[in-house]
Structures are given as structure tokens and as C-alpha cells.
Write a new protein. Structure first.
Lengths: 266, 236
């Protein structure tokens, strides 16, 4: 071993910037199940749904794109919180033994929580981008790319923003209470997205916010059926409300999570 | 200046006093052995020093300074189990820790050589033997070239060759000026590598001093059991 005396300066030791912590999280996650899930979930959902739409009565009447986009986004709206729960829980579980090492460093502990949230958000952003690509391909195949581009981008990225609170919530629950409760957040999100996104009290259910954002964008109800003319669910005013709530709640949960990590005993 | 100074340290979990007034001093450059039966408080003490547990009361000084988590930047540790990610290889592990701790990635090769894992650096940890996992855990602890290393049962799961290598590694590190605290159940190992020992029984320090001072008529084991028996076997 080289002499230790020249390397004892503290300096920037154990003071990684948050982007570095996010990078280390991503470097761990990119080898596991979540990486595959991130890439293939949108594809695995969209391809069968496209084929189903192609051979559906709507497809036969030249409405393949409309049918495909509606049913894909309906699935996506409930998948976002489900994925948040699954990803947060698996990510926390993978670190179970490593916490002893990581938390014994002088690294400010809140950065681990924020870093994990950041990495999971990056993964879901990648997934959303792949969804956008798949939807774009579907639109192109049906010659509607020009008119659908705006909707595709909105449908891919605005629900991602609305899902940040779900990610932070699932992460906090997984860090505090472990695997079962973390997964429960995801399952609750799946159910709430389908059952409560169209209710007047949607704004008090964070895991329903991604679906609530999708409804006016895709012009569908949570069951995937086209909204009737004049439906209040088609009003886009709900979108900025959902996004604002999501960002605010995510920020608050990050504060709570960082504080929990700082006090965590193992 | 001392490397570690613990005084009147308590850690209570409800009615259970895992640490019940620990006092000990680790001096710079020495290898300090922490002995005691299961449940004596060895791992809890290490966790408290590393900030993984909060003490109920008592004081800790690290490197002569009042305890502060920022001082842990100069500490390397392996407590209970090496916290490894099964699908990563050794280099990826060390790269994660190097980036978090702000040390040069070129040091990775040094520590892999030190723990004799250089040949399997790109093999997933899931395919490592238990001994190899421990060595990687120690490599992570060594990565920052720490002033003070805390090792909890570092010979657990190692075969005789691995135990000898661990002993040599500890001695090499100590020779380079690193202070080491090591816990073990194996009295013989402690006797071979440690300068001084602390014996914990039922959360209290029952002996602290040179290894030889623990022995009764040259018999280390007899001295150890005499201490344990004097407090009812240390069972709480």
C-alpha cells in the first residue's frame, strides 16, 4: 500500500455533488431488472395494443391510430404509479446490505435519497421517451404523424412530471417501511389511476395524477373510452394543477426523505 | 492525540443496554482487538462509532476531536457483512464508492491488488465465494486510504489461507501507519495481529491493555474466560 500520510486530506472527500450520486445510482441500476423494464415496458405494452387496434373494428374503419393511442395511454396512466412503486422498492431493496457501508461515510445522507429519486426519475424519463418513440411509430404507420406530434409529446412527458410525486412517495415508503408497503404504493397507484382519476377529489390522490393528466390529453376516460362532447374531464385546466401539485409534493417528500435518511439507524 | 476515545458510552434499546458504559482508547498506528462473546456489544460499538447508531449517552472523540460525522471521511469500515450488489463486478463496486467518496479511480487497481482480487475484477460478485466477497468489502474500506479502519469479524468465512492473508494485510496496513480496530471471536488471531485489546462483556469494558496482560500463566483463553466468568458468563 502506498503511504497513507499524503492522502488524509478531507477536502472534497465524502462530498459528492448530487449529480454524482445520481450517476452512481444509475450505474448500479443499469445492470439489473429495472434497466430492462425501463426499455421494454413501453414496447411490450404498445406492440400488442397496436396489433389489437389494427385488427379491431376501429382499425377496420381506419381508426387504428385513435384506438391504439387511447388504449396505450390508458395503460400508461396506471403503469406510471405502478412502475414508481416497483422501481423504488427494488432499488431500495438492492441497497439493503450496502447501507451499512454507505451510511458510514461522511456523505450527507440526504443526498442518497435525492440521488435515488433522481436516478429513478431519469429511468422513468427514458421510459417515457421510448413511449413517445413507439407512439410516433404508430402515428407514422397510420399517416397521422403531423397532427399527432403535439399530443404524443404531451402524453409522454406531462404524465412523467405528474408521476414524480408517486416516485418520491414510493421511495419514502420503501425506505421507511420496506418492500411490501413500497409495492403497495404501486398497486394503489394502479387502482387509483383507474378508479379515481375521473372523480372530483382526484387532486388529493397523488398516484392518480398521471392518469388525470392523460385524460384531457388523450380525450379518454380512465376506462379508455372516448370522452363525450363537453365532458369536464376534457378540460386541460387540470393539467397545470396536477403538475404543480406533483412537483410541490415531490419536493416536500424529498425533504422528508432526506431528513429520514439523516436520522436512520441500522 | 488518540485515534479513538470512547468514554461512558451507552446505547439502550428500551430496557436492553447494548452498551452500558464503554470506555476505551485506540492509539494511532496500533492494531486494537475488540474481544467479547456474542451480544457483548462489539458490533453495536462499531456502529455507534461509524454513525450507524446514535448513542444514548457518552462521548466519542475521533482523531482527537469531538465526534463529528465529517471525520468519517478518514475512516474505512466493514461491519457485519460486505454490502455488495450481486450483479456488479469488483471494479464497478469500487468505482461507485470511489465516486461517492471523492477518491481517484486509479486507486482501484491498488486495492484490488492488495486484497488479491485483481484477476477476478470483472467477474460479477454473485459468482464470488464468501471469502472473495469479504475481501472485496475490505477493498471498499481501504479505497479511501483511511487513517482508521474498523473491521468487524474480518476473518468470517475465510479459509486458513484467507485468514493468513487477512492477518498479513492487517499487519501491512498497520506498518504503513494506519490505525486498525478489529473484532474477532478467534483469540489466536487477535493475539497474532493486535497490539492491545479491549474485552467487552455485557456492554461494559472489562479489560483494556496489551494482549499479554490478558493471559493467565501465558494462556490467553484462560484469561479471556476468567473475565467472562467473573460476570456470570456475560449472558444478559
Amino acid at each position: 500500500m502506498t503511504s497513507t500520510t499524503d492522502t488524509h486530506t478531507v477536502g472534497t472527500r465524502d462530498r459528492p455533488p448530487v449529480r454524482t450520486v445520481i450517476g452512481t445510482e444509475l450505474s448500479r441500476l443499469r445492470h439489473g431488472f429495472l434497466a430492462w423494464y425501463t426499455v421494454f415496458a413501453p414496447v411490450v405494452i404498445a406492440i400488442p395494443l397496436y396489433l389489437g387496434s389494427l385488427f379491431s373494428p376501429e382499425g377496420a374503419s381506419g381508426q387504428t391510430w385513435q384506438s391504439f393511442s387511447r388504449v396505450t395511454l390508458e395503460f400508461w396512466g396506471v403503469l406510471i404509479p405502478m412502475t414508481a412503486g416497483l422501481a423504488a422498492t427494488l432499488s431500495v431493496r438492492a441497497d439493503h446490505d450496502a447501507w451499512r457501508m454507505l451510511l458510514s461515510y461522511a456523505v450527507p445522507r440526504w443526498r442518497y435519497f435525492v440521488g435515488k429519486f433522481g436516478a429513478l426519475s431519469v429511468l422513468s424519463l427514458i421510459s417515457s421517451t421510448i413511449l413517445a418513440v413507439v407512439l410516433t411509430a404508430g402515428a407514422a404507420l397510420n399517416g397521422t404523424l403531423g397532427s399527432a406530434t403535439g399530443m404524443i409529446l404531451a402524453a409522454a412527458y406531462l404524465p412523467w412530471l405528474a408521476g414524480l410525486a408517486s416516485t418520491a412517495l414510493a421511495l419514502l415508503v420503501a425506505v421507511c417501511w420496506g418492500f411490501g408497503p413500497g409495492i403497495t404504493v404501486g398497486v394503489a397507484g394502479l387502482l387509483c389511476g383507474a378508479l379515481t382519476a375521473d372523480k372530483v377529489f382526484w387532486y388529493v390522490i397523488p398516484v392518480a395524477w398521471p392518469m388525470r393528466v392523460i385524460l384531457p390529453i388523450a380525450g379518454i376516460g380512465p376506462n379508455g373510452i372516448v370522452l363525450p362532447e363537453g365532458s369536464p374531464l376534457a378540460n386541460p385546466d387540470a393539467i397545470p394543477v396536477a403538475l404543480g401539485l406533483s412537483v410541490a409534493l415531490a419536493a416536500a417528500l424529498l425533504l422528508l426523505g432526506g431528513r429520514h435518511m439523516s436520522r436512520k439507524e441500522i | 492525540m488518540t485515534t479513538l476515545e470512547v468514554a461512558g458510552l451507552h446505547k439502550h434499546y428500551g430496557d436492553h443496554h447494548a452498551l452500558d458504559g464503554i470506555d476505551l482508547t485506540v492509539r494511532p498506528g496500533e492494531v486494537y482487538g475488540l474481544l467479547g462473546p456474542n451480544g457483548a456489544g462489539k458490533t453495536t460499538l462499531m456502529k455507534v462509532v461509524l454513525g450507524l447508531q446514535r448513542p444514548t449517552s457518552g462521548t466519542i472523540r475521533l482523531f482527537g476531536l469531538p465526534y463529528d460525522r465529517s471525520l468519517l471521511a478518514q475512516v474505512g469500515a466493514l461491519v457485519e457483512v460486505p454490502g455488495l450488489w450481486q450483479h456488479l463486478d469488483a471494479v464497478a463496486h469500487l468505482r461507485v464508492h470511489a465516486r461517492l467518496r471523492g477518491v481517484a479511480e486509479r486507486w482501484i487497481d491498488d486495492v484490488l491488488d492488495q486484497v488479491r482480487l485483481a484477476d477476478v475484477r470483472h467477474r460479477a460478485v454473485g459468482k464470488y465465494s464468501l471469502g472473495m466477497r469479504w475481501r472485496l468489502g475490505i477493498a471498499v474500506a481501504l479505497l479511501v486510504r483511511p487513517r482508521f479502519i474498523i473491521l468487524d469479524e474480518p476473518t468470517n468465512g475465510l479459509d486458513p489461507v484467507g485468514i493468513r492473508e487477512m492477518r498479513e494485510l492487517i499487519r501491512t496496513l498497520a506498518g504503513a501507519g494506519t490505525t486498525i480496530m478489529v473484532s474477532s471471536h478467534q483469540l489466536g488471531e487477535i493475539a497474532q495481529v493486535c497490539d492491545r485489546v479491549g474485552v467487552l462483556v455485557a456492554g461494559k469494558t472489562r479489560y483494556e491493555g496489551p494482549v499479554d496482560g490478558l493471559a493467565v500463566d501465558g494462556d490467553l483463553e484462560a484469561g479471556f474466560f476468567r473475565i467472562i466468568d467473573s460476570v456470570g458468563g456475560g449472558v444478559r
